[in-house]
Design a binder for this molecule. Sequence first.
Ligand code: HEC
Length: 237
Amino acid sequence: MKAALLVLAFSFAAQAHDVITTKVTFDREIVRLLNAHCNSCHREGGTAFSLATYSAARPWAKAIEEEILTRRMPPWGAVKGFGDFRNDQGLTPEQLELIVDWEEGGAPEGEEKDLPPAPNFPEIAAVQHPASEIIVAGDLKLAQSVTLDGLWPVTVPDNAGFQITAELPDGSIESMLWLQNYKQSFGHPFLFRMPLELPAGTWVRGVPAGAKVALLPVSGSDTTGKLLVPNRRDGLQ
Ligand code: HEC
């Protein structure tokens, strides 16, 4: 009984020291941000510990700030700036600032009435690979032209790093994707901001032995795996 009282007194003292110097609250701004960018993974039943409620997220406030400022979270698995992707979930400078303000201002909870309705996260399994995808394993030469919407790692050794480029028939090189610390569990595609047109005779290079990456044609275009001539020269495939 005495011990319990002591613990209570201590936690009171700790809270009294949390001077709140920000108007940003968990219940209003932060939970919405976390729901949109983090909690598809960070929730009960997700792939990482929950950040879905104030009591779950509060002990992680400092770590959250560190992870977003160093861009380790949300995990992307590719070098930024190599290829341009429309589904990059990275936080904007304004969003980074909001989280920093919140953390450094004492990480207040705010008022329950500001909480958004509980979000509905699509199950990972619902994300489908298109039937028209073209699997690349080793260097490949395109026998016909194709317009790509993006790429999707299918089999990638954890923490692998490699650059995928397209060498066009005119000799120019297009950067496509530089995987870096990609984990199979991320399970997301890399969707280009602008469709990438690759003429017949283009070499897709950089997928190492043991890895498989799918090329995603723009939907509606009539392309199948038959279009590809694997590079047998170097025995990759
Ligand atoms: C694709 C799933 C996914 C998303 C989205 C995601 N995380 Fe994570 N996060 C993880 C996993 C898995 C871990 C466990 C550690 C690891 O594997 O790196 C983790 C670990 C962390 C950690 C602990 C790091 C440490 O070890 O100290 C923090 C803090 C964190 N995430 C915050 C965030 C924040 C904030 C966001 C959104 C801006 C976010 N995460 C988005 C999957 C995700």
